[in-house]
Design a protein around this ligand. Structure first.
Ligand SMILES: *Cc1c(COP(=O)(O)O)cnc(C)c1O
Length: 465
């Protein structure tokens, strides 16, 4: 039987790579609370000018809505951009839903995720300002490999502190980084004061993103020719990722459609923000043809936006960088061993937190068992194997598509398939052999963490922000 032919992919030309990134700061419903430097108990950027180049720091507080993408960066983007927008015809048929499901696929980049969109930009700005080496942390290895790739392309050295648990469980990502020329250390490491202190107390500490960040920052602070690169949470990172949503908008024109729902997974919130900000801009500037719902999805094992508390906290265990106001599980959070490595961060991007608080973005949390079930269904329908992180978004999309079926609604749903799962076969193997547990982070732990932050900084409550 011949089924109705539906166009499955929407492809742009290299010349159609956007020429500007979109920065949401001037369009937020409320201004961003300033970073707080605990040393002065008030607004201040603390060490940031010593770890970031000037151009990056300027983007961090940019009130310009459109930031030009340097031609050198666009030229590198041409290696894999524009990325395809797919219509998930196979998944729609499996679900028998009247909804139209679309996904923007970032797994076609050499590192296999959205992360090089910012890594390449950061390496470029560092190179322009005469920096010779960049340091960073990595959890599952996606960010580390993206920065290693970016640094290689612009002739910089790269040092990556990789969370020890991942270093041991995911040796292939380390090899990838090393092939691209980076030096990779298991964190906590003996290379830094922060690492040594932890190893002294706890030689078997499996590491965490927070600890690895501390090591990478310390390394940058103690070397003049070195700066630090960050993979998520900061405003400039989210801005660089908007190349994704801007392309998607052009592709929806090709499809002669417009999304009712835009969905993505959130670790720090950069890939989802990169996808949804340009559509949000359409909505607030009256350019969207309809109301759009935005849905952010996280794991129940690291539920910073659904269970965390909105307050000032540090982004890293060593408390080196200034505090920002965000939903947090506390900077001492040690993530449970779930497979979505990229979603185990204790905080979230401050811009996303504001949009959630103001009711502009909905949130969901799912456990990894239901998430991998969704990933399997997607794989059966579409062939492509998703990374465990975007599988969280897929779970939410499937739920929405089934709701459309119940109600007979023909909605267009867009989600970000921000990476492929080719390096995650251990996770899929554990799933197929029934070894995954539906882990939920306990509320008491959140309350404990909040008490701890307030003990450290009793003056926090009296801040006017
Ligand atoms: C890093 C990563 C994430 C989480 O980070 P965000 O800043 O929330 O995007 C999600 N998916 C993949 C594939 C990643 O590499």
């Amino acid at each position: 039987m011949v089924k109705k032919v539906i166009k499955r992919k929407f492809i742009l030309d290299e010349e159609e790579i956007p020429k500007h990134w979109y920065c949401i700061l001037p369009d937020l419903p409320k201004p961003l609370p300033p970073p707080i430097d605990p040393k002065i108990r008030g607004p201040g950027v603390g060490i940031l000018p010593r770890i970031f180049p000037k151009s990056i720091l300027a983007q961090e507080t940019s009130q310009d809505r459109w930031i030009e993408i340097p031609e050198e960066v666009r030229e590198v983007y041409r290696l894999w951009r524009p990325t395809p927008l797919y219509r998930a015809v196979g998944l729609e048929r499996l679900l028998k839903t009247p909804a139209r499901i679309y996904y923007k696929y970032e797994g076609v980049s050499p590192p296999g995720s959205h992360k090089p969109n910012t890594a390449v930009a950061q390496a470029y700005y560092n190179m322009k300002e005469g920096i010779e080496r960049m340091t960073t942390e990595t959890g599952a290895g996606q960010w580390g490999s993206a920065l290693a790739f970016g640094c290689m392309l612009f002739g910089l050295k790269c040092t990556v502190y990789m969370v020890k648990a991942s270093y041991q469980q995911k040796p292939y990502r380390r090899v990838l980084m090393e092939l691209w020329g980076a030096d990779v250390y298991a964190s906590p490491s003996e290379k830094t004061e922060a690492g040594r202190k932890i190893l002294e107390k706890e030689p078997k500490n499996p590491g965490s993103l927070g600890i690895a960040i501390s090591e990478a920052i310390e390394d940058a602070l103690t070397h003049d020719d070195t700066r630090y690169g960050i993979g998520s949470v900061f405003n400039h990172v989210l801005t660089h990722q908007t190349v994704v949503g801007l392309e998607a908008k052009e592709q929806f024109e090709l499809a002669n459609d417009y999304p009712d729902i835009v969905c993505g997974c959130i670790g720090g919130g950069s890939s989802f923000s990169g996808l949804f900000w340009p559509f949000y801009y359409d909505v607030i500037s009256g350019k969207a043809p309809k109301d759009v719902r935005f849905i952010a999805v996280e794991p129940t094992a690291a539920p910073s936006i659904t269970k965390g508390v909105y307050m000032y906290d540090h982004g890293e265990t060593a408390r080196l960088a200034p505090m920002v106001k965000m939903h947090t599980l506390g900077h001492e959070f040690i993530p449970p061993p779930i497979h979505a490595g990229g979603l185990r961060y204790h905080g979230k991007a401050p811009t996303l937190c504001i949009l959630v608080n103001e009711g502009k973005v909905e949130t969901r949390a799912y456990n990894q068992v239901e998430v991998f079930d969704a990933a399997r269904l997607f794989t059966i329908g579409e062939g492509t194997i998703p990374a465990p992180e975007p599988a969280h978004a897929i779970k939410a999309v499937i739920d929405e598509a089934l709701r459309c079926k119940e109600r007979g609604e023909e909605k267009a749903i867009l989600f970000l398939l921000c990476g492929h799962g080719h390096f995650d076969m251990q996770a899929y193997d554990d799933f197929l052999s029934g070894k995954l547990l539906p882990y939920e982070y306990p509320q008491e732990e959140v309350e404990k963490a909040v008490r701890r932050i307030k003990e450290l900084y009793p003056w926090l409550d009296s801040l006017p922000y």
